[in-house]
Design a protein around this ligand. Structure first.
Ligand code: LLP
Length: 433
């Protein structure tokens, strides 16, 4: 590639799995334009090799330890993606009965599933007990009591961890920070010991571990180390009372690069955490982790077509065919996603706000982006593998986008584009007079 080409190369996280070659964007060994042509837009394109590489960093960091990576499938729960992680030996972190069924359908071993979330219903608990999941991460005293009752009705003992809220600032967006005292998640650090005494006294429960998760898109090691210290203090206090904890679940939360962030690599993070665990004499303890975003976020892009260019006196708008229903993160969290042309043009760029067709001013994908584009061009929205499709909606009666998984030079449709029939299948016409 010439020097001139290099300077023109647009910014898109996800290299080398998403990269420019011969003047256009490739997903591994497949031309992104060919996929857009074949499947239409908006289209999510995922790289299996990128997912396995991200998982590999965790596996390297944890090599030689008794550890299980439970993919937090809320980040992206497409069945084929779950199969990728199940086949690679992952367990799953689930937060609903629906996610449980998805994990089972994808071939997950039930004992490798952990069930998080503040509002598990009795029916969800029953089903999870019947299939034999590995652990319930319990988030309140009231939930301990309900789970105990449900388990006893079934003649079972529910394996539990208490999710402890360590009151640590994850230094991330307030909506995705979960480990502070004023969050709805977990049992406060000060109350955790008492919750464990209570759990140990209930005949329908079997205490197996301790759990904490402090937030998402964490880009430094400090908050993890702080949380670990606080959790280990508790582990020691709980075990001093004769309640054995077989595993330590440190949750998920590791951030990714959206726009120049430099989060620690998973192996580096784990080196630091393991050093601290070893220093405090807990190095042999079984570890569970629940990463979501860091396994899939930069393993996906969303391809969208420019419908109209709309230059204006104050702002120039690029109206594209993807919208907040496909990519809700900008509207919800003011999030930045890189936007880059699939086939870069050589003309000088202009500055655009990239917006979707939904009837909301909040329907924007990127603000003030320098792009050389014309109507009909395809753009790639970066870092779209996590919390995009899994948070997509039907707002404005827009069917959900199609999804394709690439592996080497092969591509497979893993979700067909929704039709209007898919959208109104559960609705009934008016039958009242
Ligand atoms: N474990 C628990 C208990 C969680 O609540 C979460 C995420 C995870 C694991 C996975 O965290 P991750 O490794 O993906 O950071 N929709 C937001 C993110 C919400 C995260 C919720 N909990 C976003 O788009 O940024």
């Amino acid at each position: 590639m010439s020097r001139a080409d290099t300077t023109l190369t647009p910014y898109l996280p996800g290299a080398p799995f998403f990269a420019y070659r011969d003047g256009e964007l490739w997903a591994e060994g497949v031309r992104v334009a060919d996929l857009a042509h074949e499947h239409g837009t908006p289209l999510f394109v995922y790289s299996r090799t990128a997912m396995l590489a991200a998982l590999g960093a965790y596996q390297r960091g944890l090599a030689g330890r008794d550890a299980l990576v439970c993919y937090a499938m809320k980040a992206n729960s497409n069945l084929a993606i779950l199969e990728v992680f199940a086949r690679a030996g992952c367990g799953f972190d689930i937060v609903s009965g629906g996610e449980l069924e998805r994990a089972l359908r994808a071939g997950a071993a039930p004992e490798r599933i952990v069930f998080s979330g503040v509002g598990k219903t009795r029916a969800e608990m029953r089903r999870a007990l019947q299939v034999g999941i590995g652990c319930f991460n319990v988030e309140s005293r009231a939930e301990l009591d309900v789970l105990d009752a449900v388990a006893r009705e079934l003649g079972a003992r529910a394996p539990v961890s208490v999710r402890v809220n360590p009151d640590v600032d994850a230094q991330t967006h307030p909506y995705i920070s979960t480990g502070l005292k004023d969050n709805k998640f977990g049992i406060a650090h000060d109350e955790a010991l008492d919750a464990y005494r209570h759990a140990a006294s209930l005949p329908g429960l079997r205490v197996v571990g301790i759990d904490c998760h402090i937030g998402s898109q964490i880009t430094s090691t400090g908050p993890y180390l702080d949380a670990l210290e606080r959790v280990l203090d508790l582990v020691e206090a709980i075990e001093a009372e004769g309640i054995a904890l077989h595993h330590l679940d440190l949750g998920g939360g590791l951030g990714i690069e959206y726009h120049g962030e430099q989060p620690p690599a998973a192996d580096a993070l784990w080196q630091a955490l393991l050093a601290r665990l070893d220093a405090r004499g807990h190095g042999q303890r079984r570890l569970l982790l629940e990463p979501g975003r860091s396994l899939v976020g930069n393993a996906g892009i969303c391809i969208t077509e420019v419908l109209y260019t709309k230059p204006g006196p104050v702002k120039n708008f690029l109206i594209v065919d993807a919208a907040m229903n496909d990519l809700p993160r900008p509207a919800m969290y003011d999030a930045y996603h890189a936007i880059a042309p699939v086939r870069p043009r050589t003309e000088p760029p202009q500055v655009w706000d990239v917006v979707g067709p939904v009837c909301e001013s909040g329907d924007w994908l990127g603000r003030e982006r320098a792009l050389a584009v014309q109507a009909g061009d395809w753009l790639a929205v970066g870092s779209a593998g996590a919390y995009c499709m899994s948070m997509a909606s039907h707002y404005n009666s827009r069917g959900k986008a199609a999804e394709v998984l690439v592996s080497g030079d092969r591509a497979q449709l893993i979700r067909a584009r929704e039709s209007i029939n898919d959208l109104w299948r559960q609705e009934r016409g008016l039958a009242l007079d």
